[in-house]
Ligand binder design. Structure first.
Ligand code: PGA
Length: 259
């Protein structure tokens, strides 16, 4: 079955406040004609409410995601933000387990699974990130590493097939300009889908698996044309509305050709 491409922009620690509102408005304006793709932006926490307001007046639907959240609903967790707080800010999606969270902030598979469970329970769509490091890839461990990461949260996604999203982001390709070859990315995506199929065919058929890692306007079409690549999670290139819209255009064309 055809899965609708999702083009997601992870702004990381950029574009807060007024800059974020301008960027979001431009993304909505420049992608208004691309009816075959879903669009999403993930601003920093402090810009979420303002961007939600901006997007409520936009010429197309652009989903709003946070870049992280805690799994508890409230309590003594200084510096953390809960699922209900995100919802109050107008957020319906959340990126979980981004490699920068795993590697810089020490998030484990166990913590990530708790966050996925909390997001599913609170009706916030999780985009769960997985991916191997350069050392792991060179040691031939890519499939093994990604499999372990996926199995940690597969059960939570299986509770509501097609609701959650997975993003495969090889760590060595993030922010480095080194994009995975489309066929290499496809191989990992196919393996992830097989893992989902072992839980249920419905889960495998309906779950969108995004690719992330140096996606740009000039490499998007090749990646998005792969059978098991259902969208892109874009970092650096999502900070430029025109470049991000070009990625969306590539997704829109691929989807139109497959329809
Ligand atoms: P990049 O980041 O596009 O800048 O490589 C992707 C990501 O971290 O989600």
């Amino acid at each position: 079955m055809a899965r609708r491409p999702l083009i997601a922009g992870n702004w990381k620690m950029n574009a807060g406040g007024a800059d974020g509102c301008t960027l979001a408005a431009n993304v909505a304006r420049l992608t208004a004609g691309f009816g075959n793709v879903d669009m999403l932006v993930a601003p920093p926490f402090t810009a979420l409410a303002a961007v939600a307001h901006e997007l409520s007046q936009a010429p197309r639907k652009v989903f709003l995601a946070a870049q992280n959240m805690h799994f508890e609903m409230s309590g003594a967790f200084t510096g953390e933000v809960s699922p209900s707080m995100l919802k109050e800010s107008g957020v319906e999606w959340v990126i979980i387990g981004h490699s920068e969270r795993r590697h810089i902030f020490g998030e484990t598979d166990t913590m990530i699974a708790k966050k996925v469970i909390a997001a599913m329970r609170e009706r916030i769509v999780p985009i769960v990130c997985v991916g191997e490091t350069l050392d792991e890839r060179e040691a031939g461990q890519t499939l093994e590493v990604v499999q372990k990461q996926v199995l940690a949260f597969r059960g939570a996604l299986a509770e509501n097939p097609g609701y959650g999203v997975i993003a495969y982001e090889p760590v060595w390709a993030i922010g480095t300009g080194k994009v995975a070859k489309a066929e290499d990315a496809q191989e990992v995506h196919a393996m992830i889908r097989k893992l989902l199929a072992a839980a249920s065919d419905e889960l495998a058929d309906t779950t969108r698996i995004l690719y992330g890692g140096s996606v740009k306007a000039d490499n998007a079409a090749g990646l998005l044309g792969q059978t098991d690549i259902d969208g892109a999670l874009v970092g650096g290139a999502s900070l430029d509305a025109a470049g991000f819209a070009k990625i969306a255009e590539a997704g829109n064309q691929v989807a139109a050709a497959q329809a």
